[in-house]
Design a protein around this ligand. Structure first.
Ligand SMILES: [Zn+2]
Length: 98
């Protein structure tokens, strides 16, 4: 999937173009695209794993990242209980220019 922020930029550009053209975007299509972008953001793995096996979990609702061996029972920020694993599958190692 396209990077969520690129997708968001693209959507903003299309909204501006739609406004300038006087042809508004279909609200449901807009809602679907925003939902897909939101899912891409909350599900994205973006945290380098800690040494020692601790993992990171991102709250599906508010985005708070918590570390531990297991997801927390509830988000410390919003109290919701659904989390996505946020650790990168393989840590990005900066190897310098290729
Ligand atoms: Zn939360």
């Amino acid at each position: 999937m396209q990077d969520p922020l690129e997708r968001l930029d693209d959507l903003m550009r299309r909204l501006i173009e739609a406004d300038q053209a006087g042809e508004p975007m279909e609200p449901l299509a807009l809602a679907n695209e925003l939902g897909a972008i939101r899912a891409g953001i909350v599900e994205a793995r973006s945290v380098v794993p800690r040494p020692g096996g601790e993992r990171h979990f991102r709250c599906e609702s508010c985005g708070t990242v918590v570390h531990g061996t297991n997801p927390p029972k509830a988000c410390p920020t919003c109290g919701k209980t659904k989390f996505f694993a946020a650790d990168l599958e393989s840590p990005i190692v900066d190897a310098g220019p290729a």
